[in-house]
Design a protein around this ligand. Structure first.
Ligand code: GRF
Length: 239
């Protein structure tokens, strides 16, 4: 049986889901095991795109971070009769095998399904897998303020709306993932300056810099929520 005290001192484990460039992942790689994210390390980076640059960021990190790839179309092709829901459950299986404390969707370009969330909550046990000891929270970065521009192309839709005068502020958030897309409780939201007449690329560059800060801050919040931080002698600060 596990020593219960080791649950307080053992490193906090993150699984990160990506689809592309992986600059938000990079922010987490740089922050792991520093004062920004103490006693925390990334145990898995999973991509739904084979050529995602984030996979290279992970495998060339020091020490290298384990990676996995599972694409929806290849999965459906090689498993006739299986569905999108089955794909999500397979993603969940890969994730739970890494035994994460938290899952961070950092530019994961799939809607997170209810089945996936049920597995991470521990209310659904996949065949052949162990029962989860506790719920694994899932968080997501979304490039809009809460309730503003849910779903895909939020940056473009938001920027256009601002330029037309339909909204007067834009921003980014990291939120808890629930089955309603981009509707989970925000852990952090931050406004991003946007200027009339500027190019969207200029705005996007500003937005990404804010994303890289809040993804680390929000991960810290959620990780501390499940496991309070340790003092320098390894004892629990909150006890
Ligand atoms: C970010 O802008 C995120 O908000 C959006 O996808 C982008 C991912 O960028 N959902 P990267 O792969 O982290 O560079």
């Amino acid at each position: 049986m596990d020593d219960p005290s080791s649950a307080l001192t053992s490193p906090r484990r993150l699984a990160v889901l990506i689809s592309g460039e992986g600059t938000n992942l990079q922010a987490l790689i740089d922050a792991q095991n520093t004062l920004l994210l103490p006693n925390t390390h990334i145990v898995l980076v999973l991509s739904n795109r084979k050529n995602a640059r984030g996979l290279i960021r992970a495998s060339t990190a020091s020490p290298p971070i384990p990676t996995a790839y599972l694409g929806l179309q290849p999965f459906l092709k090689s498993n006739p009769g299986k569905t999108r829901d089955d794909y999500d459950l397979e993603v969940a299986r890969i994730v739970i095998r890494a035994k994460p404390d938290v899952v961070v969707c950092a530019g994961w370009m799939h809607i997170v399904s209810e089945g996936f969330l049920d597995v991470l909550k521990g209310t659904r046990v996949l065949e052949g897998e162990e029962i989860l000891a506790r719920e694994v929270p899932v968080i997501n970065i979304h490039p809009a303020l809460f309730g503003q521009f849910d779903g895909t192309h939020a940056v473009e839709r938001g920027f256009e709306a601002f330029q037309k005068g339909e909204v007067d502020e834009l921003g980014v958030m990291v939120h808890r993932v629930v089955k309603e897309v981009d509707r989970g409780e925000p852990l952090i939201q931050r406004r991003v300056e946007v200027v009339k007449g500027e190019a969207i690329e200029v705005y996007e560059e500003r937005l990404h810099k804010v994303e890289w800060e809040i993804i680390v801050e929000a991960t810290r919040i959620i990780v501390d929520e499940i496991r309070p931080p340790l003092s320098s002698d390894g004892t629990n600060l909150h006890n």
